[in-house]
Ligand binder design. Sequence first.
Ligand code: CA
Ligand code: CA
Ligand code: CA
Ligand code: CA
Length: 208
Amino acid sequence: MDLKNTSTFAALIFAMGLVAAPAMATEADLDNDGVPNTAEPLLKADPMNADTDGDGMNDLADDNPIFAANTIATDGAATPFTFGETLVENNFDYALNKDASDHLEIQVLNSGNADLTGFSIYYTVKDLDAGTTEAYLKTLDGFTVPAGADARIHLDTGEQAGHFRDNPNGSYATSQAAKLLTVTLKADGFVPLTTEISKDAGGAEAAD
Ligand SMILES: [Ca+2]
Ligand SMILES: [Ca+2]
Ligand SMILES: [Ca+2]
Ligand SMILES: [Ca+2]
C-alpha cells in the first residue's frame, strides 16, 4: 500500500465529515487513538488497539497503520528453541478441548534447561491475490516456554492466557485469498528465529 495514499485517505475520511466532531458522545473511540470505531475498518485497523501494527505510532498518526518495520534485535546467544507445529487452519483449542476458528498458532519447543521469557514477535501476512503485505510487531507479555517443554502462541482475539490479539480488520481475518506468512520470534537474550507458513485460499471459518 502506498504510504502517502493511506494518510491521505485518513485525512479524506475526516474532511468529508464522515467522522463527527470528537466531542460528540455518539462517536465512540474505544481505543482512544483518535480514529472512531466506525472509521477503523476503513483503515483496516483494529478498533481495540490504538497501535494496530505495534510500531509505536498510533493508528491516526501512522502513515501505514498495518505495517511495522522489523525492529527485533538480531543479537544474542544461540537460541534454545525451535518451532514445532505452525498452524493456520484446523486449529484445536486444548484449553477448551474443542475445535477453534482458523488463526495463527505457533508451537515453541524449548530444548534448554531454563524457562524462556521476554518474547517478541514480528509477523508479516502477504495476500497472494492482492500482493499486499501487512506487518505486525508485538511483545508477548506473560508468554513462557518452560525448560524442556513446549508452549503455543495463539494470535486471535487475545482473550485467553497465551493468546494475543490479531487485527480483526487485517487481511488474515477478512480476505479469503491464499497467504504467505513469515514469523520471526525472539526470546530475551537469544537470537531470533524465522519461519514461513503458507495458508491456502479459503474463508477464516470455512472447513478446508
Ligand atoms: Ca479508535
Ligand atoms: Ca485503532
Ligand atoms: Ca502503528
Ligand atoms: Ca506503521
